[in-house]
Ligand binder design. Structure first.
Ligand SMILES: [Cu+2]
Length: 259
C-alpha cells in the first residue's frame, strides 16, 4: 500500500525531496530558530485568516439584498474600529521581536571559531580550503568538489546533489566559513544548516555555523550560474569531533596529493 502521499510535508533526510513542502530537519540552532519563527508567524496567519473569513462571511450573510433590502448609509461600530486598529499594529511587533533576535544571532560571527573553511564557487564545482592546516603557502589543504554526473551515480545517491569530495567538518564545533566565487556569483546554501550565503565576485562573505548532529547535509547553488541547472552541489559531512583528526589526515591529504 502506498501511503507516501500522506507524508508530503515530512522530509526524512537532509536533502531536498520530490514534492517537498516543509522544511528539512534542523541541524544547527540557526535552522531551529528559522523553523520556530516560521511556526510563530503561522500562528498569527491562522488567527487572521479565521478572523477575516468570519467577518467576510458574516457581512455577506447579513447584508444580502434579500435580508437587508434598504441598507443604512452609515454604520458605526466603535468597538470594531478600535480593535481593527490596535491588533494589526500589535501583531507585527510580536513578529518583529523574535525575528530581530534571530537575525542578529545569525549575523554574529563567532569571535574565536575552532576552524575556518574557505568555500570558493566555480562554474561548476567548488573548491574548499582548510586554511588552518596551512604550514606554508605551498602546503595549503585544498581540494575540488565536483558533482557526480547522472551516469556515474550509485544506488541511493541523489541526482544533482552528490559530489565526489565532501566537506568533512567536526560536529558540535564552531566553524567559520568564508565564501567567495572565482567567476560568476554563486551561493553556499545548505537548508538543514540554515545557511544561505551569497558568493559575490571580489568579496569575502563570512558565516559561522555549529552543526549539532552527525550526518550528511545536501545543498545546491541558488544562483542561476549554470545552464538549465546549477551544477554546483554542496555536501557537508559532519562527523564526531574525536574522529576528525584521523579522518582529515587519512582522507583529505591523499586526495589533494599534497602535504
Ligand atoms: Cu553557482
Amino acid at each position: 500500500m502506498k501511503l507516501e502521499w500522506l507524508f508530503l510535508t515530512i522530509a526524512p533526510c537532509d536533502a531536498a525531496e520530490p514534492w517537498q513542502l516543509g522544511f528539512q530537519d534542523a541541524a544547527t540552532p540557526m535552522m531551529q530558530g528559522i523553523i520556530d519563527l516560521h511556526h510563530d508567524i503561522f500562528f498569527f496567519l491562522i488567527l487572521i485568516l479565521v478572523f477575516v473569513s468570519r467577518i467576510l462571511v458574516r457581512a455577506l450573510w447579513h447584508f444580502h439584498y434579500q435580508k437587508n433590502p434598504i441598507p443604512q448609509r452609515i454604520v458605526h461600530g466603535t468597538t470594531i474600529e478600535i480593535l481593527r486598529t490596535i491588533f494589526p499594529s500589535i501583531i507585527p511587533m510580536f513578529i518583529a521581536i523574535p525575528s530581530f533576535s534571530l537575525l542578529y544571532s545569525m549575523d554574529e560571527v563567532v569571535v574565536d571559531p575552532a576552524m575556518t573553511i574557505k568555500a570558493i564557487g566555480h562554474q561548476w564545482y567548488r573548491t574548499y580550503e582548510y586554511s588552518d592546516y596551512n604550514s606554508s603557502d605551498e602546503q595549503s589543504l585544498t581540494f575540488d568538489s565536483y558533482m557526480i554526473p547522472e551516469d556515474d551515480l550509485e544506488l541511493g545517491q541523489s541526482c544533482l546533489l552528490e559530489v565526489d569530495n565532501r566537506v568533512v567538518v567536526p560536529a558540535k564545533t564552531h566553524l567559520r566559513i568564508i565564501v567567495t566565487p572565482a567567476d560568476v556569483p554563486h551561493s553556499w546554501d545548505v537548508p538543514s544548516l540554515g545557511v544561505k550565503c551569497d558568493a559575490v565576485p571580489g568579496r569575502l562573505n563570512q558565516i559561522s555555523i555549529s552543526v549539532q548532529r552527525e550526518g550528511v547535509y545536501y545543498g545546491q547553488c541558488s544562483e542561476i550560474c549554470g545552464t538549465n541547472h546549477a551544477f554546483t552541489p554542496i555536501v557537508v559531512e559532519a562527523i564526531p569531533s574525536k574522529d576528525y583528526g584521523s579522518r582529515v589526515s587519512n582522507q583529505l591529504i591523499p586526495q589533494t596529493g599534497e602535504a
